[in-house]
Design a protein around this ligand. Structure first.
Ligand SMILES: Nc1ncnc2c1ncn2[C@@H]1O[C@H](COP(=O)(O)OP(=O)(O)OP(=O)(O)O)[C@@H](O)[C@H]1O
Ligand SMILES: [Mg+2]
Length: 363
């Protein structure tokens, strides 16, 4: 994984005229890793991939693949394959011919080519569909044909630009697991571009969150979710509430934080360099809050009244009004059947959270 640097991106910038589409991006990606580039539309994901594939020349910076400097190496000489945002299959060709097309310019005998195509169709489990045309198979199957075509040339690095965007939600979830299993069996390094945070979290070993051409944070999905380093990243992954806050006191690893919206001072885990008087943001995810019908014994307790309640079956979303007038979202999992009654509309409630769940953000 990340300990064997396979792809090294060093200070890559791409300018189109005066517009900076990618700004000083540096990343190290390990062999066999599934790495996700996550970010909103226009943040530079495709541009970065195109530079890795060699379709676009960086304005500054270098790319090393397997120790080799890629500067000046044309796309066809790179051990890289890029699967485009719209993975156009040839409509008049069978599934088999579409996969074989990827090998058209390879120096192989007819028998070798046929073997490789057979192997690829096996890999993506499309052997029974070899003779069909793209319009005779499902969207998910078409996606797998494109994947087989991309893998046929045995690239060391496969770049996938929004590979699942054309699929509906259910099929997308299913195909995510297939993609992971195919990656595992081939050992090819994947870089997957997506603007879907759940997809990035499911698929990837590590994620780079991008904004306006820059990488804002890199880490394992749980890292980036649990320990976002900026308000932007915190907001981008899952839902989170953020409040202006002020440091009242720092003692060792913990801090007392005044949150005006809570009308209270709460305890949070300190971050490096924290000093009393510092103003920052306190962020907390709705699922880290626990709602109670009786006053609990806990480090952080807020009191309020249920204003709104949405019951989704497996979970509920509460909106609780605090004495300050602030609304607080609480996400509760309905694990028990029967048992203690859940809070209801207009109930007086108490909300607790662990100091470790409160995230302090400067940026
Ligand atoms: N050839 C070009 N000339 C000028 N500007 C470009 C060019 N290619 C891309 N851009 C601009 O660079 C920015 C990044 O584009 P890019 O295609 O990399 O975004 P993206 O993150 O892939 O977005 P999406 O999720 O919508 O595909 C955009 O603002 C885009 O308009
Ligand atoms: Mg794009």
């Amino acid at each position: 994984m990340a300990d064997t640097p396979f792809l090294r991106i060093e200070g890559i910038t791409k300018r189109f005229g005066t517009f900076e589409a990618v700004r000083d991006v540096s990343l190290t990606i390990g062999k066999g890793e599934i790495f996700a580039l996550l970010g909103g539309s226009g943040c530079g994901k495709t541009t970065l991939l195109r530079m890795l594939a060699g379709f676009e020349t960086p304005t500054a910076g270098r790319i090393y693949l397997d120790g080799q400097d890629m500067t000046g190496v044309p796309p066809w000489e790179r051990p890289v394959h890029m699967m485009f945002q719209s993975y156009a299959l040839f409509p008049h060709m069978t599934v088999e011919k579409n996969v074989a097309y990827g090998l058209k310019f390879e120096d192989m005998t007819r028998a070798q080519r046929a073997d490789r195509v057979r192997e690829m169709l096996e890999l993506v489990q499309l052997t029974p569909f070899a003779a069909r045309k793209p319009h005779q198979i499902s969207g998910g199957q078409r996606q797998r044909v494109a994947l087989a075509r991309a893998l046929a040339r045995q690239p060391k690095l496969l770049l996938l630009d929004e590979p699942l965007a054309a699929l509906d939600k259910k099929l997308r979830e299913h195909t995510q697991f297939e993609l992971m299993s195919i990656q595992e069996r081939t050992g090819v390094t994947f870089i997957v571009v997506t603007h879907d945070q759940e997809e990035a979290m499911t698929l990837a070993d590590r994620i780079a969150v991008m904004d306006k051409g820059q990488v804002r944070q890199v880490g394992a999905p749980s890292d980036v979710y649990e320990h976002p380093s900026s308000r932007f990243v915190a907001n981008f992954l899952g839902s989170i509430s953020q409040y202006p806050a002020k440091v009242a006191e720092v003692t060792g690893g913990t801090a007392r934080i005044e949150v005006a919206a809570f009308g209270a001072t709460v305890t949070a885990q300190a971050i490096p360099g924290l000093v009393a008087g510092e103003e920052l943001t306190l962020a907390i995810r709705p699922e880290k809050l626990t709602i109670h019908r009786a006053a609990p014994e806990a480090e952080n307790v807020l009191q309020g009244e249920v204003k709104d309640l949405a019951y989704f079956g497996k979970d509920s979303l509460y909106r609780v009004t605090l004495p300050s007038g602030q609304l607080l979202s609480v996400h509760a999992v309905n694990a028990r059947r029967g048992g203690e009654a859940q809070p209801d509309w207009y109930d007086r409630v108490w909300i607790t959270f662990d100091p470790a769940s409160a995230i302090l953000l400067r940026d």
